[in-house]
Design a protein around this ligand. Structure first.
Ligand code: NA7
Length: 536
């Protein structure tokens, strides 16, 4: 049996950085990765139009300053192949592949208290042992297949956006159905429409959307950023969003209609998440939020020619930004094409998938291919699919059955020496995820270093501190409009999943200060065993 200091699960941004840090510490580390190569999210999500909604100058790693200078992002928001190339470059630069086992799925991890060791079993029948296990499994890595009657009966091709064929897919002349209208659908639909003979989009809930305003990266912006990269990276570490965009400087309710229109138009012209962060009250005051919603609806009406379709595309069932905001490039205009149709599943729900297509309550849609753009079992899916057994036979899936519980989103009571990168209860998906990952990885690495210095055997969240943190995470979310949406942040997209707001909305900067203080104060709230003078 292979015996290691640490096992890292996943080889996306998080797993790669974790490997790098622990290796620098002189630890023996093995990364286990289900995919055939590095990249995580960016390895799997290869659908047409897949790109990051965070600007690449920020959505990139801070620990390779030479790469910051050398690398050129062709566009403001990079498409998937470019990001995947970038991640490959990181792996090459740091010679990481030699410690990564690909095509290896972790099936179970079991803590052996007598030896303070984790036993990890893979689908290749291999067993490894390590003192530490770091789950770098990603927040959006388990695709959600909806439970639609007859799904298996379809005779044409079935695709899921998160499991896209590596060789691509030619839609030329085909009759195509897309189910779902989240970020993924909004990115891919204009591209699919460009090829398909006929495209029918099945919408259950319209999503709030802002124009991405993507384009070639302005050389002046690039030059400026490269001249100040270290300062910008340092600033980003302490902002709420993990990026350097304007944050919370404008109070919507202080502005009259005319002034607000000017400010919002400016946001829409700048595009992307510029629309989300400048406002202090957008996510807390329903009235302020409604004014942004009204502006966004006006915008949609100006872009979609058919008024009935435009109304269907206006999100109404949740406040603006309370589901992950989508960034669009030509999405709304796609519905002006004669061969593209929108089906409203609220008035005519899907009754079944049949061999020749999709039957709704009032029509049969014959199609050649069905694309499920139906999202993920987010935040917990990858963790609960692994049989993770901690102290005294406690299984993580069972512990989280009524809602996720974790201290700082990084450590769970009952699971010693197990760390979760961007776990539930941390800022993770609410912010620039690369910044969130770096903060967690650095904190975990320092914690492991500290345990070594103390000669300690294990660390885990104490139940009291975990409860207090969960309460704080909930209270922070409850002070906002976020819990009002049936979002994947709430687990609401997965039937039967506990409805708890999972990410921490307090912002990266305040969260980092808190985590740093915990470390500086010797990890209060954590149970440390084997430490000199402590329990064995
Ligand atoms: P999302 O945002 O979860 O969107 C999934 C879409 O699929 C959404 O419109 C869902 O409608 C729809 N959906 C899910 N199940 C069904 C069924 N059974 N019938 C009809 N429609 C359904 O996933 P994405 O992949 O677009 O984006 C995920 C994240 O990746 C994104 O937020 C970014 O952070 C990157 P619903 O809203 O549930 O009514």
């Amino acid at each position: 049996m292979t015996k290691l200091d640490a096992i890292v699960v996943g080889a996306g941004f998080a797993g790669l950085y974790m490997l790098h840090r622990l290796r620098q510490r002189g630890l023996s580390v093995q990364v286990l990765e289900q995919g055939g190569d590095v990249g995580g999210t960016w390895y799997w999500n290869r659908y047409p139009g897949a790109r990051c909604d965070n600007e690449s100058l920020g959505y990139s790693v801070s620990f390779l300053p030479e790469l910051d200078q050398e690398w050129s992002w062709p566009e403001r928001y990079s498409e998937q192949p470019v990001i995947l190339r970038y991640i490959n470059r990181i792996a090459d630069e740091l010679d990481l592949r030699r410690d990564i086992r690909f095509n290896t799925r972790v099936e179970s991890a079991r803590f052996d208290g007598s030896e303070n060791l984790w036993q990890v079993d893979t689908d290749n029948g291999e067993r490894l042992q390590a003192r530490f296990v770091i789950m770098a499994t990603g927040c959006l890595s388990v695709p959600n297949w909806p439970d639609i009657k007859g799904r298996e009966d379809f005779a044409g091709d079935t695709l899921h956006t998160a499991l896209w064929p590596h060789e691509g897919y030619d839609f030329t002349g085909k009759k195509v159905a897309v189910i779902g209208t989240g970020s993924t659908a909004i990115q891919s639909i204009p591209h699919i429409a460009g090829q398909a003979g006929k495209l029918t989009v099945f919408q259950r809930t319209a999503n709030h959307c802002v124009p991405a305003q993507n384009g070639p990266l302005d050389p002046v912006v690039e030059r400026e950023r490269k001249a100040h990269y270290p300062e910008m990276r340092e600033r980003a570490r302490y902002t709420r969003s993990g990026d350097v965009v304007p944050q919370g400087e404008i109070t919507i309710m202080d502005l009259d209609d005319e002034a607000l229109e000017v400010v919002l138009q400016d946001c829409w012209d700048q595009g992307g998440f510029y629309t989300q962060y400048p406002f202090a009250d957008q996510m807390t005051d329903p009235q302020a939020n409604a004014r942004v919603t009204a502006f966004s609806h006006q915008h949609i009406r100006s872009r979609v020619k058919d008024p009935a379709t435009a109304e269907l595309l206006c999100a109404r069932d949740h406040p603006f930004g309370t589901k992950r905001l989508c960034a669009d490039t030509g999405y709304f205009e796609t519905y002006n094409l004669d061969h593209v149709h929108l089906v409203d599943l609220n008035t005519t729900p899907i009754e079944a998938v049949e061999a020749r297509g999709i039957r709704t309550s009032d029509a049969m849609f014959d199609v050649d291919v069905i694309i499920y753009a139906t999202g993920f079992d987010a935040m917990t899916g990858a963790l609960t699919r692994i049989e993770i057994t901690g102290r005294d036979g406690l299984v993580l899936r069972d512990k989280w059955d009524h809602g996720t519980r974790s201290l700082l989103g990084v450590s769970v009571a009952g699971f010693p020496n197990l760390f979760t990168v961007t776990g539930p209860g941390s800022p993770s998906v609410m912010i620039n995820v690369v910044a969130a990952i770096e903060q967690h990885v650095e904190w975990i690495d320092a914690c492991i270093g500290w345990l070594g210095e103390q000669g300690a055997a294990s660390i885990e969240a104490s139940p009291d501190a975990e409860n207090a943190w969960v309460e704080h995470v909930n209270a922070t979310a409850d002070a906002t409009l976020f819990p009002k949406a049936n979002s994947w942040y709430m687990g609401a997209n997965i039937p039967g999943k506990a409805r708890v707001f999972m990410p921490y909305v307090g912002g990266l900067g305040p969260y980092r200060h808190h985590c740093d203080k915990v470390a500086a104060d010797g990890y209060p709230g954590f149970v440390v065993t084997g430490k000199q003078g402590g329990p064995a």
